[in-house]
Design a protein around this ligand. Structure first.
Ligand code: WQD
Length: 342
């Protein structure tokens, strides 16, 4: 298939583009590099030997996007593009609602103009809010979120479901990611957050290479095995392969349907730090600080539906994630900014 991938130069997007190319699909990346680097395109070519087509535009520029979409004439779309920092969304809700909803509306209008009705949408476990105890199941029905970023995902899942219910011919996968970490085994692509990392794994990796003095553990008084928060960390390559599995089975799915992409296991903050210490072969200093507002004690996926319906299951464990994340960070201490070819 020819797949148009919005946000294809991002962390999950780039790993998914590699997986698509390795499966023989053609890819057009649409990315404005607001939160990613053009170097990623070179790295994808280094890994796969194929340079994906690129349209460097903002999805909100509907005229430019129409030109790019018509030129690509894709069979399907995977939509990653969007703002995703939870804390930032609470500080500037309008920016998040306008950007994440507006860019998706621009995409959907182009898809309708061209009769493209196969879409994989990047959703998030955050849509479960604190409505369920883990393992979270897609059968749960009602969704909620505790921050504007998460609410854009709740709203967009509802909008996509309403469109699919109103118009025949749509095939829409709503993929709910848990906590993607790690990097490609080549060490050429990985997570490269701008500024101070909000998420645990990239922060730990920056401490491991000496860019930051220590990890701040947000609370060790949670009702969990060791008192620190437990999350379902999933290797980004497993996550990418989950997208390909969903895409390749989507033709058999009428309407919109949600699938969790997780491992089904919880790992604590302390356990994750220990895994990175083993991978890096060094101690990673940490200090316990007060809890972060809005954090849940524990979160992990029920993976039954994705296994049964997509024929997909994560295969990489925490040690794999730590090893591959460490290789990426060690070879790219300053992320893609290190690449002198630009
Ligand atoms: C993981 C654990 C923290 C940082 C977020 C978003 C979610 C999704 C994935 C987009 C928690 C603890 C963290 C640190 C810490 N993003 N922690 N020190 O919060 O589970 O999910 O990223 O879809 O929407 O909410 O991930 O990595 O921020 O936190 O102790 O410096 O690590 O308390 O227990 P989270 P996280």
């Amino acid at each position: 298939m020819h797949v148009l991938v919005t946000g294809g130069a991002g962390f999950i997007g780039s790993h998914t583009v590699v997986a698509l190319l390795e499966r023989g699909h053609d890819v057009t990346i649409v990315d404005d590099f607001e939160n990613s680097s053009p170097v990623v395109i070179d790295r994808i070519e280094q890994i796969t030997g194929i340079r994906p087509a690129l349209a460097e535009i903002d999805l909100l520029d509907e005229d430019a996007f129409e030109v790019a979409f018509a030129a690509a004439a894709p069979d399907a779309v995977i939509h990653f593009a969007g703002l995703k920092a939870v804390g930032e969304s609470s500080a500037d809700p309008l920016r998040y609602y306008a950007h994440n909803l507006g860019s998706t509306f621009s995409l959907l209008k182009a898809m309708k103009r061209h009769g493209t009705q196969t879409l994989v949408f990047s959703s998030s476990a955050t849509v479960y809010g604190d409505l369920q105890e883990p393992p979270y199941t897609e059968e749960g029905g009602r969704l909620d979120a505790t921050n504007p970023y998460g609410m854009t995902k709740v709203m967009l899942e509802r909008i996509l479901s309403d469109i699919a219910a109103a118009e025949p011919g749509w095939h829409i996968a709503l993929l709910r990611y848990f906590n993607p970490i790690g990097g490609h085994e080549s060490g050429l692509i990985g997570e490269d957050p701008s500024g101070i990392p909000n998420n645990l794994a990239p922060y730990v990796l920056q401490v491991s290479i000496g860019r930051r003095p220590h990890v701040n553990i947000f609370g060790d008084d949670y009702p969990t095995a060791d008192g620190t928060g437990e999350r379902d960390y999933i290797h980004v390559v497993d996550l990418a392969q989950g997208h390909v599995a969903a895409l390749e089975r989507l033709a058999e799915v009428d309407g919109a349907r949600a699938w969790n992409l997780g491992t089904g296991h919880g790992t604590s903050v302390k356990q994750l730090i220990a895994a990175f210490e083993s991978a890096a072969g060094r101690t990673i200093p940490s200090v316990v600080v007060p809890r972060r507002d809005g954090d849940l004690p524990r979160s992990w996926a029920d993976t039954t539906r994705a296994e049964a319906e997509l024929g997909w299951k994560a295969t990489r464990d925490i040690a794999d994630m730590a090893r591959d994340g460490w290789r990426w960070q060690q070879r790219n201490p300053n992320g893609f900014a290190d690449d002198r070819t630009r």
